[in-house]
Design a protein around this ligand. Structure first.
Ligand code: EPZ
Length: 415
């Protein structure tokens, strides 16, 4: 039945250990295709999306071995550089294999990712970037065909600092002939780790963590081991839940990845305590309304927009949440309103009227972070909340009900 049942209104108290970051491990897994040999990735989160990427790697000819949170990828015998539609349509991040397969084989076919629950998600920056590196890119029956004898370095500027396009172009440029400069590149921590990983493989990337990244093409790479950074979005999800319901500590976090969120939580009246990789939040007696506008890193992450709206539904006053990254990422709002929230959306702006409390009801997940906001809503609501299509949450959160139940929540899964 793929549902979870939450009996809400219970206080949360305790500690959870963060998993490795989904959005860091997926490009790293794709990057392992750049060269033959075995890559060992540790702290791999056990998610639907990492399992999908493993399937894709095996489809193109790699051999994989997963033991707990350790993954070995042997890409020696990769020989069919094709990423099929029925796999890419389930996970947009499959598109990350385009750059590495093109760089290694000179030709690849990757299905064009469709839209997602909240609307179109184009890949024009990825394709334009590859053309600037000398690839011939055509669209044939829903597949992107890319061809290039040898990619050549060039100057590329993105209209928007796209995470995915930055990742794909980095992986294509690392062995191109000559130097590539990417202007208006993404500088999310997940892209920083990808750059570091490519350098561990022998790449020559500088400007890491800035919006201007230079890649001096190298002749060859060799496989490397890597340990995935903690998932800042998982951390933010648990900290937001803590600011709503009690006192939560996340272990193994990187406070520097969450600066703006922590500032916003303090503005609600919550108390934040940081010691090393331990980040704690204690809820305020009165949750003050706080406006949020999402932005690229280091701004407030769009992937925590839905969870913030959930928190604001019980704030003492009205708040406004604006998403400048995705203008239509509000499919969680009608579902939160079913729990008694009072949220109006127009264009990319949600106006939330703080209510005394929410009341449990059946709701439906539509995407990973919308599901997370419904879980936060269900935990806050009085009575029983039933969340269907919960496979969405499993794409991006490892053992989420176990982790919340260890904090005192009452979540059960109906399979
Ligand atoms: C990554 O998606 C993340 N996914 C998303 O997280 C995250 O929401 C997003 O970055 C923004 O931070 C992974 O890392 C696997 P973008 P990505 O390219 O790379 C526009 C989650 O819940 N754009 O940075 O697809 C695009 O439409 C997921 O974990 C173009 O117009 O995001 C959007 O408005 C959801 N053309 C903006 O840029 C392009 O060619 C940012 O998109 C590419 C992007």
């Amino acid at each position: 039945m793929d549902k979870i049942i939450i009996h809400g209104g219970k206080p949360l108290k305790g500690e959870v250990t963060l998993s490795g970051a989904k959005n860091a491990v997926l490009p790293i897994m794709a990057a392992s295709l750049l060269v033959g040999g075995t890559t060992h990735i540790s702290r791999v989160p056990d998610l639907r999306d990492t399992r999908t990427m493993i399937k894709l790697l095996e489809l193109v000819g790699a051999k994989t071995h997963l033991k707990g949170n350790d993954l070995w990828i042997d890409s020696e015998h990769v020989d069919t550089p094709v990423a099929p539609y029925d796999l890419v349509k389930t996970m947009r991040a499959s598109f990350y294999v385009l750059g590495p397969l093109l760089a290694r084989f000179g030709e690849t076919k990757v299905s064009l990712p469709g839209g997602c629950a909240w609307g179109p998600r184009p890949v024009d920056y990825h394709l334009r970037g590859l053309e600037l590196l000398g690839a011939k890119v055509t669209l044939e029956k829903g597949y992107i065909h890319a061809k290039a004898k040898r990619l050549k370095g060039n100057h590329i500027r993105f209209d928007f600092p796209s995470v995915g396009a930055t990742g794909n172009i980095l992986m294509a440029a690392v062995t191109a002939h000559g130097t590539t400069v990417i202007e208006n590149a993404a500088c999310e921590p997940e892209i920083v780790q990808l750059c570091q990983f490519l350098n561990l493989m022998g790449g020559k990337i500088t400007g890491i963590g800035t919006h201007k990244i230079s890649v001096e093409g190298v002749k060859e790479l060799s496989p490397s081991d890597v340990s995935v950074i903690p998932d800042r979005i998982e951390a933010g999800t648990f900290l937001i839940a803590g600011a709503a319901l009690g006192e939560v500590t996340v272990l193994g976090g990187e406070p520097g990845h969450l600066k703006v969120l922590l500032e916003k939580l303090e503005q609600t009246g919550a108390k934040i305590k940081i010691s090393g990789k331990k980040i704690s939040v204690r809820k305020s007696d009165v949750i003050l309304p706080v406006d949020v506008t999402t932005a690229v890193f280091p701004g407030y992450p769009t992937d925590l927009q839905a969870q913030w709206i959930a928190l604001m539904t019980i704030a003492k006053g009205d708040s406004v949440v604006t998403d400048t990254v995705y203008h239509d990422r509000f499919s969680h709002v009608p579902e939160l309103n079913r729990l008694g929230a009072e949220i109006q959306v127009s264009d990319n702006v949600a106006c939330i009227k703080g209510r005394k409390h929410l009341v449990g009801a059946p709701v439906m997940s539509t995407d990973i972070r919308a599901s997370a906001s419904l879980i936060v809503g269900g935990l806050m609501a009085q009575g029983k909340t039933e969340i269907s299509r919960v496979y969405h949450i499993d794409r991006g959160y490892e053992k989420i009900e176990e982790k919340f139940n260890s904090l005192g929540a009452d979540i059960t899964r109906l399979n």
